[in-house]
Write a protein that binds this ligand. Structure first.
Ligand SMILES: [Zn+2]
Length: 354
């Protein structure tokens, strides 16, 4: 085995503070596998894990990283691999871990399992040459996709699908305001809204990002500025009605605008709060407009298989695919974290091990 290497959070600190170290990978226990990683992708969770979350102690030292793809290099005794996978073959990794034996897990709501957690947050993750995961977390890599694309796919597409399809029940013909259209989850949402027959209005921070949102299939793009001007623009674009659905993950800075952008009877679905966790709003806007608010976190592992089956129908012209902003080497993982935090890119930040 080539020298094994991983990043570690020994104590919480700013983005870019995990330190690299050599380590000896363990043999997987029954039901688990060891993946020799070829690529990993960063998520906001990498930054929150690194910085620490008030009131939520993490098991330090910890290797961050929720997303990855590579080769199945060791399989625990008596372990069955999911369909389409074999020892030594390639696989991508589903990031959610759950017990598998509770009522929530039985009905497929693994992200509602009392023990649910994410790789790289509750146990060692993918900012490493090797990672241990349950065999049930492996999936085949879509045809013709690179390891980098495969690593950039699971977390954001799982999150966006759960939000749009299962929390907010998006129907064809509906209009969706997508905040942060240039983010990993935003760029996934724009493509899924289009694939599901909806109309995406993307919000971005610059003209350069606007062009890319159009290329992904956004019907309209608003370059973010004054929130009042944004609300006016949304009303113009929707014939004064407002949007059926707001795809929120930005939090405090945008929450008021999300509420005012909503049509009567509209929905807001949120999975994050990158601009701030606390906000206040006028409850009259909520009940008078009969707005529904849905909280969402990750998604059912089953949905990744649904997404794979949609991709397999048309592998040469897939209805959606991960957007990669920039590829770093794994050794540059701290720099990749700082790049993600700066928020100037478009799409996913990936580290390659090739
Ligand atoms: Zn469970």
């Amino acid at each position: 085995m080539a020298e094994a290497f991983r990043f570690r959070i020994h104590q919480h600190g700013p983005a870019g503070s995990p330190v690299g170290e050599a380590f000896t990978p363990s043999h997987p226990k029954p039901g688990w596998v060891r993946v020799g990683l070829k690529a990993m992708a960063l998520n906001r969770l990498d930054l929150w894990t690194t910085e620490g979350i008030p009131g939520l102690p993490l098991p330090l030292p910890l290797t961050p990283g929720c997303d990855g793809a590579g080769l199945i290099e060791a399989v625990g005794e008596g372990t069955t691999l999911p369909p389409g996978l074999e020892p030594g073959g390639s696989a991508m990794i589903a990031p959610g871990l759950s017990c598998g034996v509770c009522p929530a897990c039985f009905r497929g709501d693994d992200m509602l399992c009392p023990t649910y957690g994410v790789l790289g947050h509750i146990c060692d993750g993918t900012a490493a040459t090797h990672v241990l995961v349950p065999a049930a977390n492996l999936l085949p890599i879509p045809e013709n996709w690179s390891f980098e694309q495969a690593a950039a796919f699971p977390l954001v597409f799982l999150t966006a699908w759960e939000m749009l399809v299962h929390k907010a029940a998006l129907r064809p013909g509906e209009t969706v305001l997508v905040w942060g259209g240039g983010s990993g989850v935003g760029s996934a949402a724009i493509q899924l809204v289009r694939a599901l027959g909806g109309t995406a209005i993307a919000v971005v921070g610059s003209e350069a990002k606007a062009m890319k949102c159009w290329e992904l299939g956004a019907e309209h793009v608003i370059v973010r500025g004054d929130m009042k001007a944004l609300a006016t623009k949304v009303r113009e674009l929707t014939n004064r009605r407002g949007v059926d659905l707001v795809f929120e993950h930005t939090g405090a800075a945008t929450w008021g605008a999300s509420l005012s952008a909503c049509a009567r009877g509209g929905r807001i679905v949120t999975c994050g709060a990158t601009t701030g966790r606390e906000t206040s709003f006028d409850l009259r806007a909520l009940f008078a407009k009969q707005v529904q608010i849905h909280g969402s976190y990750m998604g059912r592992r089953e949905h990744l298989w649904t997404l794979l089956s949609l991709l397999q129908r048309n592998p040469t012209n897939p209805p959606f695919k991960p957007v990669i902003d920039r590829v770093f080497e794994l050794a540059e993982y701290p720099a990749a974290q700082r790049h993600l935090e700066a928020g100037q890119g478009f799409g996913k930040v990936v580290c390659s091990l090739s």
